[in-house]
Design a binder for this molecule. Structure first.
Ligand SMILES: Nc1ncnc2c1ncn2[C@@H]1O[C@H](COP(=O)(O)OP(=O)(O)OP(=O)(O)O)[C@@H](O)[C@H]1O
Ligand SMILES: [Mg+2]
Length: 147
């Protein structure tokens, strides 16, 4: 499956994110790719809100991981400040990507920085910034085991 869509407003991003939220079921891993400021955090924020969590959703830029107790746990990672899978393992991130143990859904910004850490991917979302509010979003199914 692959969906490619042109977004022209923040509201459309929120709508796409809440539609996407409906297909989530633990354990799942979702990668988010796209330049700085393309809208990765914004997308996760809308997913968390639409899954009924009222906590303030902020970027995990400095914390590396934010956890939200929504309908199920949402683990929101930002690997921007890391530069290898080994660094991610040193801070204990490996266990989150073990599908046998994962009790929620992981969203990962900047997965490119931890190449080799995440082997089992359910979805990859690519966001391309085309203008102030315009984005091209591509959602494709990942290579999760047994697929
Ligand atoms: N259609 C849109 N979809 C998503 N974000 C939009 C859209 N239009 C405008 N924006 C704005 O673009 C910015 C996206 O920032 P956001 O923090 O989500 O990016 P990011 O991809 O997570 O960046 P980083 O790599 O720095 O973490 C926000 O200020 C948001 O309001
Ligand atoms: Mg971000």
């Amino acid at each position: 499956m692959k969906i490619k869509t042109e977004i022209t407003s923040l509201k459309q991003t929120e709508e796409l994110a809440s539609a996407f939220a409906n297909i989530l079921k633990p354990p799942m891993v979702v990668l988010l790719k796209g330049d700085l400021g393309s809208g990765k955090t914004t997308f996760v924020k809308s997913v968390v809100l639409s899954l009924g969590c009222k906590d303030l959703v902020t970027s995990p830029t400095f914390t590396l991981l934010n956890t939200y107790n929504a309908k199920f746990p949402i683990y929101h990672f930002d690997m921007y400040r890391l530069s290898s899978a080994e660094e991610a393992m040193n801070v204990g991130f490996e266990e989150y990507f073990d599908k046998q143990r994962l009790d929620g859904v992981c969203f990962v910004e900047w997965p490119e920085n931890v190449e080799g850490l995440i082997r089992d991917v359910d979805f990859e979302i690519d966001i391309e910034k085309k203008g102030e509010n315009r984005r091209t979003m591509t959602i494709k199914e990942g290579n999760h085991a047994g697929n």
